[in-house]
Design a protein around this ligand. Structure first.
Ligand SMILES: O=P(O)(O)OC[C@H]1O[C@@H](O)[C@H](O)[C@@H](O)[C@@H]1O
Length: 299
């Protein structure tokens, strides 16, 4: 992708510019007075979002993240699609699908009536993607940067048969001190405990993190709040199109074994993922579309 051409076609003077970032990937820099954001065109991924009123980024982005073709970038909002977690058909295809590690296309940029900046990136099936997943599709991500951050993932089925879909906004939230963080809104909700062989359990009280946590919460209907006393902020998560939520923190050992995380990084992030996962499977009909949306605000 030619950066000058991207700026000519899609740049918004004073608000949005394209520049070559790490790994040679095209990056979108937004600074519109309401917030600053960094979006990678590779992987269709928000890497950074900070409202003008805040002193700390909403996102955690690993210092050791890979910026290389075929690898996922650790941090921000990776997109898991068209499956969440391991290959649902056991064919050894990559975990979390195949769109978080490929270059997307820039489809549109705009300033909205209320001064927000909107970016739409997209992917279509190719011979290569049909070799991995035999569906004809259009995928778009619409990212709206304002005092809040809105991300919408739109799946269109262009084929003549319905297909099942699981997916996630695999968001890495920056937190001040993992030991003091709690997630509110999941009280009395059933979850599958992946750290305990997938056993179904009931959440009692707020979610606190004191060891490895890898859970799929089911039938989630509430807005969620991450209460982070160390950073003196509350992050509100409002979603639509999702009935499940994943809460993940690798804790000491898994973190130390991940080459793209620093050994102590588990203390500085929590993934609270807006998903269609486990039994929350979406069927996308032929000629149909499905929208998964999330809005993040900081209080
Ligand atoms: O390192 P990755 O591939 O981004 O995945 C990280 C984690 O992603 C979470 O969503 C899963 O629930 C975990 O099981 C997984 O380990």
């Amino acid at each position: 992708m030619n950066i000058d051409q991207l700026n000519t076609d899609y740049g918004i003077p004073g608000n949005l510019t394209f520049a070559t970032g790490k790994g040679g990937f095209p990056m979108i820099h937004i600074d519109n007075g309401k917030a600053k954001a960094l979006i990678s065109v590779y992987s269709g991924q928000v890497l950074s979002f900070q409202p003008a009123t805040e002193t700390t980024d909403l996102m955690f982005l690993s210092e050791k993240a890979y910026y290389a073709e075929g690898k996922a970038i650790k941090g921000g909002i990776p997109i898991c699609w068209p499956w969440f977690g391991p290959d649902p058909e056991g064919l050894n295809r990559p975990s979390h699908g195949f769109v978080r590690n490929r270059l997307w296309n820039v489809l549109e940029t705009a300033t909205t009536a209320d001064g927000a900046t909107k970016v739409i990136l997209g992917l279509k099936d190719t011979e290569e993607t049909r070799g991995i997943w035999p569906q004809t599709f259009e995928l778009a991500i619409a990212i709206t940067v304002s005092t809040t951050l809105t991300v919408e993932l739109i799946t269109r089925n262009l084929g003549n048969k319905s297909f099942p879909l699981t997916q996630a906004f695999h968001t890495y939230f920056q937190v001040g001190d993992i030991n003091r963080v709690e997630v509110l809104g999941l009280e009395n909700t059933q979850y599958l405990d992946k750290v305990d062989g997938g056993v179904e359990k009931t959440q009692l009280g707020a979610v606190a993190i004191a060891n490895e946590v890898d859970r799929i919460y089911l039938n989630v209907t509430n807005e969620l709040v991450i209460n982070d006393p160390a950073l003196n902020r509350r992050i509100r998560i409002k979603s639509s199109g999702s009935k499940s939520t994943v809460v993940w923190n690798p804790w000491v050992t898994i973190c130390a074994n991940m080459a793209d995380l620093d050994d102590t990084d588990y203390q500085r992030f929590l993934c609270v993922e807006t998903t269609n996962a486990a039994t929350d499977i979406v069927e996308v009909p032929p000629d149909g579309e499905f929208r998964l949306e999330v809005i993040y605000s900081i209080e």
